[in-house]
Ligand binder design. Structure first.
Ligand SMILES: Cc1cc2nc3c(=O)[nH]c(=O)nc-3n(C[C@H](O)[C@H](O)[C@H](O)COP(=O)(O)O)c2cc1C
Length: 331
């Protein structure tokens, strides 16, 4: 089985970090559907150093199944090492360094994917973080800045020299943001060039895609992001198909509703009802994606003020039409 430093993963399916999405409740849901590891959303080095309450809450992993990776971002080697030490103390099993975020507000500070334009700085960051903590350090990067860039190969070499233990590659350039198609050929190239464990990422939308990426690229594990929004079932489906060759049936409507409610309960538990309901509206909209009448349910979801109202929105609407439509939909 795959090992990242001394950390063993019990299968090859990993949940991707997503800002505003992969909070503690989301990570618990993902693990309950079988992925081997989850990762926090990206956490600001300065937020950690200043001890901001909100930042520390993002880094809280108490009670979660292990391993959990905490991802940090920044551009200053010493500050990044300090931030890494803080998340290590807070209970991270692995520290991941964000070298792929394409967002202008991150890039303008020289953070995220901007680090792929400054490899000497990237090396300094990796060196100081790896030397500053005892737990494994990993990186998550893109192909490079421009389409066709091979910077990922250079950065992978640097990472290996500096003691990084695994690399996740989102097979797009920075300039692509999320458009176009991820180029899995980059993952294959990286796997051939590096002796580190390679985690392939980008455009896995189904369990079949997970199998395909592993076959095409020979990567060591795969990471799923957007396809898991409102759909933690994809982890179970991918684990079963990848590890056992078993094709899981699609979740039923009731299973989807149950998962959404469980997710909401967890969010309320960790964040309090008011914040959780506000944040869970988008998750509920994702849970009902593709349902007929979803647009109408979404209006109710977006006006829900309480946990009960959110549950009524998803359950009430579902009850009205599911019995008529579910067979036709193959839900
Ligand atoms: C809403 C959103 C937030 C994201 N936040 C992060 C993040 O905090 N750190 C990171 O490394 N990648 C982040 N990503 C990128 C994902 O981890 C992943 O690389 C990307 O979505 C491609 O994988 P996918 O096709 O499976 O979604 C984010 C993506 C989305 C859609």
């Amino acid at each position: 089985m795959l090992k990242i430093g001394e950390i063993s993963l019990n299968n090859r399916i990993i949940a991707a970090p997503m800002a505003g999405v992969t909070d503690k409740a989301n990570r618990i849901m993902a693990r309950s559907f079988g992925c081997a590891m989850t990762c926090s959303e990206m956490i600001s080095d300065m937020g950690l150093i200043y001890g901001q309450k909100k930042t520390q809450a993002i880094a809280d992993t108490e009670g979660e199944e292990r391993p959990v990776s905490l991802q940090i971002f920044g551009s200053h080697p010493e500050r990044m090492a300090q931030a890494a030490q803080i998340v290590e103390k807070l209970g991270a099993d692995i520290i991941d360094i964000n070298m792929g975020c394409p967002t202008p507000k991150i890039i303008k500070n020289g953070e995220g994917c901007a680090l792929m334009l400054d490899l000497p700085r990237s090396r300094d960051i990796l060196r100081s973080v790896v030397q500053g903590v005892k737990i494994p350090v990993t990186i998550k990067m893109r192909g490079g800045w421009e389409d066709g860039s091979k910077t990922f190969l250079e950065l992978a070499g640097i990472a290996e020299q500096e003691g990084v233990k695994a690399i996740a590659l989102h097979a797009r350039s920075r300039m692509q943001f999320y458009s176009g198609q991820a180029d899995w050929g980059l993952i294959k190239e990286l796997k051939q060039a590096s002796s580190l464990p390679i985690i392939g990422n980008g455009d896995i939308w189904s369990a079949e895609d997970a199998v395909k990426m592993l076959e095409i690229t020979s990567c060591d594990a795969i990471m799923i992001g957007r396809a898991a929004m409102g759909n933690p079932f994809i982890f179970r489906e991918a684990v079963e198909l990848v590890e056992k060759g078993i094709k899981m049936p699609s979740p039923t409507v009731e299973e989807r509703i149950q998962a959404a409610i469980r997710h909401l309960e967890l969010a309320c538990h960790f964040k309090g009802e008011q914040v959780a309901v506000r944040e869970m509206r988008k998750h509920f909209s994702w849970y009902i994606k593709g349902w007929p009448g979803a647009a109408k349910i979404r209006v109710l979801i977006n006006s829900a003020q309480t946990q009960t109202e959110l549950i009524q929105a998803i359950r009430g609407c579902a009850e009205n039409w599911v019995s008529d439509l579910a067979p036709a939909l193959d839900l």
